[in-house]
Ligand binder design. Sequence first.
Ligand SMILES: [Zn+2]
Length: 87
Amino acid sequence: MNIMFLSCKQVTELVEKKQLVGLSTIESMRFRLHVVMCAACKSYERQSLLIEQALKRMIQVSRSDKDAAQLHPDTKLKILEKIKTSK
Ligand SMILES: [Zn+2]
């Protein structure tokens, strides 16, 4: 393995690592050096970011749906009281 030049496979791994935990200074330098010269990896990074953002939006939407489906605690108590008093 060359010290400064990464393979495309190594760069795709760094794209994922960058989004998850960030890169060290050396990794970041090697990453940028490769992406400047390689259109495929530049495109991969852009697409990976789009997928990441889309997934985050999907998770937020599904969470807000879940919240909307839950009853407010006060409403729950009122329903429980009605059930108890209706006996
Ligand atoms: Zn590449």
